[in-house]
Design a protein. Structure first.
Ligand SMILES: Cc1cc2nc3c(=O)[nH]c(=O)nc-3n(C[C@H](O)[C@H](O)[C@H](O)COP(=O)(O)OP(=O)(O)OC[C@H]3O[C@@H](n4cnc5c(N)ncnc54)[C@H](O)[C@@H]3O)c2cc1C
Lengths: 114, 440
């Protein structure tokens, strides 16, 4: 168990390091967007923006699920049994989560404006 | 001299588990060795800075703060071998398999960029190709394997990539060259012959992966009608676990690939594109348009010719390092440990084996440095992500006894799956690099 936690942790760190360019772009965007949100003094929490953000992520989730296999040099046809389905679901949910984090500050600023 | 019958009482030792071993069985090797260190000022020499040597150097760098570390290896950059099957089938560029050794070498270690020529274990010293003698208190032997292409009459390593000759094993450059030959065959068609020798080989799944992926390339190119492959195994199977051997042979049968068992590549005529196989029915000569050669393998000469190699038993022929398969300590020289492909132990010549055995070697070495017996016992864990086509794989993990030992119980080793492919294509290299850092 401890071995698996250690292995999974370092595997993820290693994978993030291997995709450093994408990671840095997302981090820079997050800093810029949340920086802009804080600077706009509109408050970090907004229920309406949160719900809208979840909606955007909910749309992004199946889109990621559909394209992730081909992004990994495979295809949806190779997603073949329960573990594949669950892992594809979790991984695409992770990417949808990043989408949520990116659109949320935009939504807060846009909705307030509106 | 070492013989298998002279093994120290491994069974008794299993019952003498110390606290570290008890923790290891409960919580895993990483927890067991997390706090292990020694303040002794000893000199540890590590031969090889590949998967095993580097992983051990980085772990000792932390666990032996007052010790002196010397790593001997002339090769830089080092190779990410598991990526070679993807290079030789046109998926990865060669550059993805080159690792800058200096990025991983612990700053405190002295890196001797020379080749070991002689080990004088009786006098605790090694000699390099420049004639330099390096004395040690403890020695870790991790030089991998030697490819014995010369055992195949007429074979010329330099010709790989030309005239229908391929061999994924040789090096990243020759994996790229192999893809040139394979690509030509896939498009133009003809008779392909894929081989497997009778000696122990590193990553025994690689010859199968090459066959599966070439077949997939043929399907992608739509040249099934003109490109035909035969697989020749010098053994009575194509994989040591019967389920996976039968599964592979049946999958190939469906794709029109006949498997010839006990058919051993003995000679090639590279100009005439002819290969001679020794079979139960005598020698058979076959013509080919593509020949994928898996060379016989053995321990590097300086190990083979030293007093450290097995002199009797299954591993004597290849001159493999005579270590106890549980503790990975040398059978006779208790200040010597082996790690990685060089070990004369059953089955595991994979990076996955290194992942689990490198921390164990460090822990057992630290015990010996502290004047104790080695406590941890290796179960022979090894793994092979069997790529069955682009985008799908079976993640086969097993131990010395051939028991399936999946790291993540939710991955079914007997199923071809996308997630197993992701593990190989996306996660294996980051994990490998973390292993070099001594993190996993
Ligand atoms: C085509 C291919 C596919 C593979 N696929 C997989 C896979 O999918 N999964 C997996 O787990 N494993 C795989 N492996 C196996 C894995 O790469 C090896 O098991 C692993 O690299 C072994 O590590 P090692 O340290 O023993 O040897 P190496 O990594 O080869 O390191 C040995 C080092 O010793 C050095 N050395 C040699 N001789 C001397 C000398 N005389 N003096 C000093 N230094 C010396 C070499 O230069 C080298 O740097 C594959 C291997 C190949 C070739």
């Amino acid at each position: 168990m401890m071995n698996n936690i250690n292995l999974s942790f370092w595997m993820m760190i290693g994978w993030l390091q291997a995709n450093m360019t994408a990671v840095v772009i997302v981090l820079v965007l997050l800093v810029a967007l949340y920086g802009a949100l804080i600077a706009s003094r509109r408050g970090l929490f907004n229920g309406k923006a949160f719900v809208c953000g979840i909606g955007v992520a909910a749309v992004a989730w199946p889109v990621f699920a559909a394209i992730l296999p081909s992004l990994t040099g495979s295809s949806l046809a190779e997603v073949s049994y329960s573990t594949d389905y669950v892992m594809l679901g979790l991984m695409s949910a992770g990417f949808a989560g990043v989408v949520f984090l990116l659109v949320y500050p935009l939504l807060v600023m846009m909705l307030k404006k509106g | 001299m070492v013989s298998k019958d002279m093994r120290p009482d491994a069974g008794r030792r299993k019952f003498l588990f110390g606290s570290a071993a008890a923790v290891a069985s409960l919580a895993g090797i990483e927890s067991a060795i997390a706090g292990m260190r020694s303040d002794k000022s000893v000199h540890v020499v590590i031969i090889g800075s590949g998967a095993a040597g580097m992983a051990i150097a980085n772990r000792l760098n932390r666990a032996l703060p007052k010790g002196k570390l010397t790593v001997i290896d002339p090769r830089a950059p080092s190779y990410y071998w598991p990526g070679l099957t993807l290079v030789a089938t046109g998926l990865w560029p060669e550059s993805k398999t080159l690792i800058d050794t200096a990025d991983y070498m612990p700053a405190r270690a002295e890196w001797v960029k020379e080749s070991v020529k002689v080990i004088d274990a009786a006098n605790n010293s090694v000699q390099t190709d420049t004639g330099r003698n390096i004395a040690y208190d403890y020695l870790v032997v991790a030089p991998g394997v030697e490819y014995d292409y010369a055992a195949i009459e007429g074979m010329d390593e330099k010709a790989i990539g030309t005239n229908g000759l391929a061999s994924v094993y040789h090096s990243p450059a020759k994996a790229t060259a192999s893809w040139t030959a394979i690509h030509k065959f896939v498009n133009e068609g003809g008779q392909g012959i894929y081989t497997m020798p009778s000696t122990p080989i590193r990553c025994a799944g690689a010859p199968l992966k090459m066959t599966f992926l070439t077949l997939d390339r043929i399907k992608q190119a739509g040249t099934q009608a003109k490109a035909k492959i035969d697989f020749h195994s010098a053994l009575g199977n194509v994989f040591s676990l019967p389920f996976f051997s039968d599964y592979t042979i049946n999958r190939w049968k469906e794709d029109g690939v006949p498997t010839h068992l006990k058919s051993d590549l003995k000679a090639v005529d590279l100009g005439a594109r002819k290969a001679r196989f020794a079979t139960g029915q005598g020698d058979v000569e076959l013509t080919y348009d593509l020949l994928h050669v898996v060379p016989p393998m053995r321990a590097p000469a300086f190990v083979r010719d030293s007093e450290l190699s097995w002199k009797e038993g299954n591993f004597a022929e290849g001159g493999w390092l005579a270590v106890d398969q549980g503790t990975l300590q040398h059978m006779d020289f208790k200040n010597v440990f082996g790690c990685g492909d060089v070990n004369g132990t059953p089955r595991g010549k994979t990076a996955a084996t290194v992942k689990l055995s490198a921390p164990l070697v460090v822990a057992n070495l630290l015990s010996v440095i502290e004047g104790k017996e080695p406590e941890l016992i290796f179960n022979g864990y090894t793994s092979c992500p069997l790529l069955t086509k682009f985008g799908s794989a079976m993640l086969v993990e097993f131990d010395y006894e051939g028991n399936l030992t999946p790291t993540f119980s939710f991955i079914d080793p007997k199923k071809e799956s996308w997630f197993a492919w992701v593990m190989k294509e996306q996660m294996l290299k980051p994990t490998y690099l973390k292993m070099l850092e001594g993190r996993v």
